[in-house]
Design a protein around this ligand. Structure first.
Ligand SMILES: Cc1cc2nc3c(=O)[nH]c(=O)nc-3n(C[C@H](O)[C@H](O)[C@H](O)COP(=O)(O)OP(=O)(O)OC[C@H]3O[C@@H](n4cnc5c(N)ncnc54)[C@H](O)[C@@H]3O)c2cc1C
Length: 501
């Protein structure tokens, strides 16, 4: 394996910064110093650097600030003492051994999209972004994906084969974090969660061993890697995932404005989704941004977005009750190649500071719930950045898997709910507090309509009873697996699986 040169690294990280459009938002001065006094000696860091195929970045090194930046800028103040840009499993093993030897916390990062900032640390950050090779075996229908691959790279590699790996719509989410905590997108009702499609994975555990996990080898760890959540059992270095043939699909985007009957539109849209075949998927959302739903605003507040594995004419028939109940202000319904549909549905996000909450619903939101949503959206604090409430169709292939067959327990819901509020990193504390208070109060008011569960990939650091909310009846078995593979609780986050209940 060739070593990564500093020039190549700087070229890559510079491109990433431009791609994300975040260079101007960078809260860390390039070349900042951590200034912390705990940790290994400088000689130990030098030895680590010399033993890597990849690269070690320390505070002050070119590229350190950008590489260490989490997607959720609410956690931008946490600065790793070192960042290992791993070039392969050997670097991951070396990093785990180094962190253990020096008593440093270590966390893995793939796409860096943890809502709760769990892929940053004041210790050692094990960055996998260079381990992003994707290989397709068309005869077996398997994609072999390096743990550092981002979803747009996976989509781009599989598309020429007319196949898909069921994943999510955000281009820059990492396959590793997504898959380990489940992973849903517009194809999940048809092909299952990303984790349901995992055939094998390789993981470096806390003892530094590289283990293969599948139905026969380390089956308990294989079970836990399908929904048990990232950062718990080790550092996965690769995933072998089933692919599915795809051709043409239909997509739709409907938009309603401030003056439309949003309650009628919401109700009709979710009713259609609730009874639609598995070929149909929906993300229904209402957004208020800093322009606000006030006079002079963009006037588009509510969006239904989705995909249908079938012709556009059938999709139009399915959506007809929505057009009857509350005609959208704008609508697009079209047939596209699967690759173009992926682009149509894609989300290109930029890092910001936010708090996200999730929940599940067993059926459509009743009128009282819709009224509560509209009331809170209109009361979003005016100085905050934006607030959202979304529901996503669940069910289909997702719910055909028994809740204990893998670590992913949420197998009976009709809709997943996600809501967030965000603020600017330079906002005064009063604005940050108002944003957080808004979402807390909003979610409290909505509890009567929710099941009590939450999605472990939408980690909410404020959630108190996260063990039952994320993992339900699978939690005790996850604790057993943790005790087997990480008895010292080396991989340890605020909401990671403990070694004891
Ligand atoms: C804008 C945005 C859109 C999203 N859209 C969707 C969506 O449509 N569907 C969906 O299901 N989810 C979605 N998510 C949530 C996403 O699935 C989770 O945030 C996921 O954990 C991100 O994975 P990552 O690799 O990018 O994140 P990271 O922050 O790198 O990792 C997340 C967690 O996994 C751990 N981890 C990372 N890599 C490894 C590894 N190789 N081995 C072991 N542990 C590891 C980290 O330590 C951390 O605890 C979205 C998130 C964002 C920010």
């Amino acid at each position: 394996m060739t070593r990564l040169t500093r020039r190549e690294f700087l070229r890559r990280s510079g491109q990433a910064a431009l791609g994300l459009g975040i260079a101007s938002q960078l809260a860390w001065p390039i070349g900042c110093s951590d200034g912390s006094s705990f940790g290994p000696s400088e000689a130990a860091w030098r030895d680590l650097a010399a033993s890597l195929q990849g690269m070690l970045l320390r505070p002050g090194d070119p590229g350190y600030a950008l590489t260490g930046l989490p997607t959720n800028l609410a956690f931008v103040g946490i600065r790793p003492q070192g960042i290992v840009l791993s070039a392969g499993p050997a670097d991951v093993k070396t990093s785990v051994g180094f962190a253990r030897e020096h008593g440093l916390p270590a966390v893995a990062r793939s796409g860096g999209h943890s809502y709760a900032g769990y892929s940053t640390t004041p210790g050692l950050l094990v960055d996998l972004s260079l381990m992003d090779t994707i290989k397709i075996d068309p005869s077996e229908g398997i994609a072999d994906i390096g743990a550092g691959a981002l979803l747009d790279a996976v989509d781009n590699v599989v598309a020429p084969f007319d196949i898909t790996v069921p994943a999510a719509r955000c281009a820059t989410v990492g396959i590793a974090g997504l898959l380990l905590g489940g992973g849903f997108g517009f194809s999940a009702r048809k092909f299952g969660l990303t984790s349901d499609n995992l055939v094998r994975t390789q993981i470096v555990t806390a003892d530094g061993e590289l283990r293969n996990c599948n139905e026969r080898e380390n089956p308990d760890l294989y079970w836990a890697c399908r929904g048990g959540g990232g950062g718990n059992f080790g550092i996965n270095v690769a995933f072998q995932v089933s692919t599915h043939p795809v051709s043409t699909v239909s997509v739709y985007r409907l938009k309603w404005g401030v003056k439309d009957d949003l309650a009628a539109a919401w109700s009709a849209m979710q009713d259609v989704a609730f009874t639609a075949p598995d070929d149909f998927s929906l993300r229904l959302g209402i957004t208020i941004n800093e322009e606000g739903p006030l006079p002079g605003a963009s006037n588009e507040l509510m969006t239904a977005l989705g995909q249908f594995f079938g012709p556009a004419v059938e999709l139009r028939d399915l959506l007809a009750p929505v057009f009857d109940a509350a005609p959208p202000k704008r609508s697009t319904i079209e047939e596209l190649s699967f690759a173009d549909a992926t682009i149509f549905l894609e989300l290109q996000d930029t890092p910001d500071a936010f708090l996200t909450k999730s929940a599940y619903m067993s059926g459509p939101l009743p009128d009282q719930g819709i009224a509560t949503v509209l009331d809170f959206i209109r009361r979003f604090p005016p100085d905050s950045r934006d607030g959202n409430f979304h529901i996503f169709t669940w069910g289909g292939e997702i719910n055909r898997v028994p809740p204990d067959a893998t670590a992913f327990v949420h197998r009976s819901a009709a809709f997943l709910v996600e809501s967030d509020s965000s603020w600017h990193t330079d906002d005064p504390q009063s604005v940050v507090d108002a944003s957080k208070d808004w979402i807390e109060e909003f979610f409290d008011s909505m509890q009567p309509f929710f099941t009590g569960s939450a999605y472990q990939n939408f980690m909410d650091p404020t959630l108190v009873e996260w063990q039952s909310a994320y993992y339900g009846a699978n939690f005790p078995r996850l604790v057993d697996v943790k005790r087997t593979y990480d008895p010292d609780n080396f991989f340890n986050l605020a909401q990671s699986i403990p070694t004891q209940i």
